[in-house]
Write a protein that binds this ligand. Structure first.
Ligand code: IPE
Ligand code: IPE
Ligand code: MG
Length: 248
């Protein structure tokens, strides 16, 4: 595999027309990265943010259309309060810091998940950033925060049931297409490639509906160490796959 020198341009062994349209990442391994260095776990989260910023720019440089990152799961509330609070404050700070640059780079940011139970000050930053980048025509960057795939599906079911109860919808009108309109990810294409770092072979409640036919790539690399070379390898592996969608 040709590694390129700076990898600003699309590496020569990747075919632009066969790139995934949408990449989703389960950014795992921040805590272990820090522990390996005898640092507190939060230092791993800090470094992890830098990785995400770099990956977003890389996606843009290489012409990908959408990136979705799993930042905080519905189950992550079960972590020590200190870590949870650190993450919430970190999300807010980064959002405030990066907004102008995202606008300048034409990035459209969107948050998916149960946003209403996030701290109010974070909710305000989220709302502001989504409004300010709504018109952006560049890469669609989605951040899953307080997100759980099961919760999302239950949330959609409740909304559909309410529509039926009000007489606005008939049960026979429910289809896959209609169901998707009630998911947090409405309007976002399904991920073509799902990457998980840190070697865990599991989904951890991420995008359960949307990844039905995504290609899955797992790397042992911990999230803070995931870089352009690693991403290059993931895309290279993706291009070697044969996506059959149940056909032969
Ligand atoms: C992923 O890294 C980040 C979040 C879940 C917020 P972890 O914090 O899960 O890191 P490990 O898996 O403990 O190493
Ligand atoms: C998944 O990582 C959630 C995020 C990356 C935000 P976890 O570290 O929470 O997943 P498990 O506990 O290993 O399944
Ligand atoms: Mg983890």
């Amino acid at each position: 595999m040709n590694q390129g020198i700076w990898l600003q341009d699309l590496p020569v062994d990747l075919e632009p027309e066969r790139l995934p349209h949408h990449v989703a990442v389960i950014m795992d391994g921040n805590g272990r990265w820090a522990q390996h260095r005898n640092l507190p776990r939060i230092m791993g989260h800090r470094k992890g943010v830098e990785t995400l910023k770099e990956l977003l720019r890389c996606c843009r440089d290489w012409g990908l259309k959408a990136l979705t990152a799993y930042a905080f799961s519905s189950e992550n509330w079960g972590r020590p309060l200190e870590e949870v609070n650190f993450l919430m404050t970190l999300f807010e700070k980064i959002l405030r810091q990066e907004l102008q640059e995202m606008i300048a780079e034409d990035i459209q940011i969107r948050f998916v998940g149960n946003l209403s139970s996030l701290p109010l000050s974070l909710q305000a930053e989220i709302k502001h950033s989504m409004e300010m980048t709504r018109q952006s025509q560049g890469i669609k960057f989605t951040v899953a925060t307080n997100y759980g795939g099961r919760q999302e599906i239950v949330h959609a079911c409740k909304a559909i049931a309410t529509q039926i109860q009000k007489g606005l919808l008939k049960p026979e009108e429910i289809s896959e297409g209609l169901f998707e309109k009630y998911l947090y990810t409405v309007g976002i294409s399904h991920p073509d490639l799902l990457i998980r770092t840190s070697g865990e072979m599991r989904i951890s409640n991420f995008l359960l509906w949307q990844i039905a036919y995504s290609e899955i790539y797992v790397t042992e690399t911990l999230w803070p160490d995931f870089n352009r070379h690693e991403f290059h390898q993931a895309l290279y592996a993706y291009q070697k796959r044969e996506r059959r969608f149940g056909k032969i």
